[in-house]
Design a protein around this ligand. Structure first.
Ligand code: PEP
Ligand code: MN
Length: 264
């Protein structure tokens, strides 16, 4: 179902009246790794909106490596994201981490994210395949492109054709970056599938210094969009502060991204 041999025209996934992913416009999703408080998510939403982002991101259910790390505000986080949407008009993407909470997360959100750690959780993939909301599917950190496409297939085989693929870096021998953003996966995926392809330079590098260059490179490489972590106070973030951009830096990056998008 995901193959470009089966469906020749590219899929355009509508998110709201004004936002669609996979069309001519490069779509920018931005916001904090985690929703931490009302003040934090509203300030983040206003800042990314002012800079020109199209979609707000924020985690309410967090899939943390350690069980002792902040696990997210859960439903309270979803309510705060909905409040931020009401205030700014930005649709939002948020992660769902188990089949039991798919309906709850779908009630609030505009896009459901399947994280790298759950990208082969087949029960979860099947469950989100049964709902009528777009899915942002992240590539697992040790997943081949073929396996990635098979995970998309799990969702689509259940009926949901609105799948957005996200390259978020894979695990290699390199330790200078958190992951290795596999930029070549973008043109490979765009050849193999009609689904939109976005990149996540934040998790792809793990360091805010490298987020700008990789964002521009991903757009030059044909990405239909990007998901970027932005936090009003990264030093105090509950998760992923080191890879989060401050709003001012994000606004400057938006300008540069616009220029690259026009050039490709
Ligand atoms: C996230 O988006 O904050 C996240 C946990 O991403 P990933 O699943 O790519 O690690
Ligand atoms: Mn994160």
């Amino acid at each position: 179902l995901a193959s470009s041999e089966v469906k020749k025209e590219r899929s355009v996934i509508r998110i709201s009246d004004t936002v669609a992913i996979g069309g001519p416009e490069v779509i920018i999703m931005a916001g904090p790794c985690s929703v931490e408080s009302e003040e934090q998510i509203i300030e983040s939403a206003k800042a990314v909106k002012a800079a020109g982002a199209h979609i707000l991101r924020g985690g309410a259910f967090k899939p943390r490596t350690s069980p002792y790390s902040f696990q997210g505000l859960e439903e309270e986080g979803l309510k705060l994201l909905a409040k931020a949407r009401d205030l700014t008009g930005l649709p939002f993407v948020t992660e769902v981490i188990n089949p039991e909470t798919v309906e709850l997360v779908a009630e609030y959100s505009d896009i459901l994210q399947i994280g790298a750690r759950n990208s082969q959780n087949f029960a979860l993939l099947k469950k989100v395949g049964q709902i009528n909301k777009p899915i942002l599917l992240k590539r697992g950190m040790a997943m081949t492109i073929q396996e990635f496409l098979m995970s998309a297939e799990y969702i689509m085989a259940e009926g949901n054709q609105s799948v957005i693929l996200c390259e978020r870096g894979i695990r290699t021998f390199e330790t200078a970056t958190r992951n290795t953003l596999d930029l070549s996966a973008i043109p490979v995926l765009k050849t193999k599938t009609h689904l939109p392809v976005v990149a996540d330079p934040s998790h792809g590098t793990g360091n805010y210094h490298y987020v700008g260059p990789m964002s521009l490179a991903a757009i030059a490489g044909g990405a239909d969009g990007l998901i970027i972590e932005v936090h009003p106070d990264p030093e105090r973030a509950s998760s992923d502060g080191p890879q989060s951009l401050k709003p001012k830096k994000f606004a400057r990056l938006m300008e540069q991204m616009r220029k690259v998008a026009e050039a490709v």
